[in-house]
Design a protein around this ligand. Structure first.
Ligand code: ASP
Length: 481
């Protein structure tokens, strides 16, 4: 009897167990292999690239899914809801995103002000220099809004807009960035927020036109099913993919000791805060609002958690997050496919907390005393910086420049914390992904009644067929045509 139960458990949780083993083996292997070269020597970049090869393939497959998944899931979800309901669901999601992001920022500020990790610490940045660019907070925010409205959707799949500041010719050392001249350029990287906005608008149009465009809606729904099917296959590679990603990253790092050395307290405060938010505060909110068991919920998300940890990218993890939410936590796909792509783009609790802690830590290092007004300004820009950060590795480090700018700290100061950023990034990505997932579950819970009132012609991507082998959808669809 017991054996049977164990067998069922193993069968149901095989992939999760394999992925967790992948993370653990990756860490052990990475630390173990670091000891292989002679004392003081490092693995060559070429050797590391061989080790990261498999992980890289996994990452490439996930990245390939982002574009079709975001577009088709948003269009099919928004298109299948009526306008007032999608407004309500969107409104609930945004309310959740804003509230939890602000909670994360406040938690971060309280921790860093109480513990004071930057007091008396050594402000030398060692030999690590960060590549930074000069930006003002206003330009970053305006760029975010500009990118929402991409003039060319094909270009949005490849590039995004960025304001460039150039110092005046007669005074190249001008400290006031507002006196620099302004121009714009397109930089490489998918403009996800532009695509999200375009897909939502297109979905709304489909919903407004109803029966007239049923065939287009069907197309996107079925495209979305097919993408999720591919995701289901790619997920089986996650144990091995995550293993190699983690091993290679550990081999690449300069000095692991630094994590627990000079920046130890900063690391502990930030990681502790991020994990507390993701594994205590958010689950508590989930329980309060839904009365469901958060432990089981998190357990069901473990695939997504491991992938977020391995890839450091919430966008690349999105396909896995969606799969775990729909297949394991049984969240209505009309909610998950609508709110997850938006969440993965703008809702980043881990990043928000980190931005606030990092900026105040650097100010403490520099011996800057912050007024209450400064702290309020930091919390507002930290929230904005987390919204502006893309779901890609270390995007938070780039937008941190904008938070530093509000208290007059130079962009180069990010080099003070860069040594541990690769590891903190993994923790914040995990919590960013968890935050989106809890949000989708809470919104789905509150939208349940309204959703059941709307007949769905789509049941979790699983199509029911009649004796002719035709799906009920096909019959309904053909009748309508
Ligand atoms: N890597 C994070 C993410 O993808 C963003 C960040 O750098 O904080 O969610």
């Amino acid at each position: 009897m017991r054996r049977e139960r164990l067998q069922i458990f193993l069968k149901e949780n095989l992939l999760t167990l394999l992925t967790i083993s992948g993370v653990i083996i990756g860490i052990v292997l990475g630390i173990g292999l670091r000891a292989v070269p002679a004392e003081g020597e490092k693995w060559s970049p070429r050797d590391v690239s061989y080790i990261s090869f498999i992980g890289d393939l996994f990452l490439r497959m996930l990245k390939a899914l982002i574009l079709p998944l975001i577009i088709t899931s948003l269009i099919s979800a928004v298109g299948s809801l009526d306008l007032s309901l999608s407004g309500k669901i969107g409104g609930r999601a945004v309310l959740y995103y804003i509230t939890t992001t602000i909670m994360a920022v406040i938690l971060g500020i309280v921790l860093v002000v109480v513990v004071q990790p930057g007091k008396g610490a050594d402000a030398s940045s060692g030999n690590i220099t960060a590549e930074t660019r000069n930006v003002t907070t206003t330009d970053t925010l305006l760029d975010l809004v500009r990118n929402m409205f991409s003039p060319n959707l094909v270009q949005a799949c490849l590039q995004q807009y960025q304001t460039v500041l150039t110092p005046p010719k007669d005074n190249p050392n001008e400290p006031d960035l507002n006196l620099w001249s302004v121009s714009g350029k397109y930089t490489d990287g998918m403009n996800i927020i532009g695509l999200v906005v375009a897909a939502i608008v297109f979905g709304i149009a489909l919903s407004a036109l109803k029966e007239e465009v049923l065939i287009v809606l069907k197309f996107f729904q079925q495209f979305s099913h097919a993408t999720m099917k591919v995701t289901g296959w790619v997920i089986w590679l996650s144990p091995i993919g995550v293993l190699f990603l983690i091993t290679a990253k550990l081999l690449e790092m300069d000095d692991l000791g630094v994590v627990f050395g000079k920046l130890g307290l900063y690391f502990a405060v930030t990681a502790g805060g991020i994990l507390f938010h993701g594994f205590v505060i958010l689950p508590a909110l989930f329980f309060i609002f839904t009365r469901q068991n958060p432990v089981r919920f998190v357990g069901n998300m473990s695939q997504a958690i491991a992938t977020a940890f391995g890839t450091s990218s919430s966008s690349a993890t999105l396909p896995v997050t969606m799969q775990c939410l729909e297949e394991k936590n049984n969240i209505d796909p009309r909610v998950s496919r609508f709110v997850l792509p938006i969440g993965a783009t703008i809702n980043m609790d881990g990043t928000a907390l980190y931005e606030a802690v990092a900026a105040i830590f650097i100010a403490q290092l520099r011996g800057l005393s912050l007024s209450f007004g400064n702290i309020v300004a930091i919390s507002i820009t930290a929230t904005a910086a987390s919204i502006g950060a893309a779901g890609i590795p270390q995007a938070g480090l780039v937008t941190l420049v904008m938070v530093l700018d509000t208290v007059g700290l130079p962009a180069e100061d990010v080099s003070l914390i860069i040594a541990v950023d690769w590891l903190l990034d993994r923790f914040r990505t995990v919590v960013n992904v968890l935050g989106d997932s809890y949000g989708a579950a809470i919104v789905a819970h509150y939208s349940q009644k309204e959703l059941t009132a709307i007949p769905t012609n789509e049941s979790n991507g699983k199509v029911q067929r009649n004796s002719m082998g035709q799906s009920s959808e096909t019959v309904l669809f053909e009748e309508r045509l």
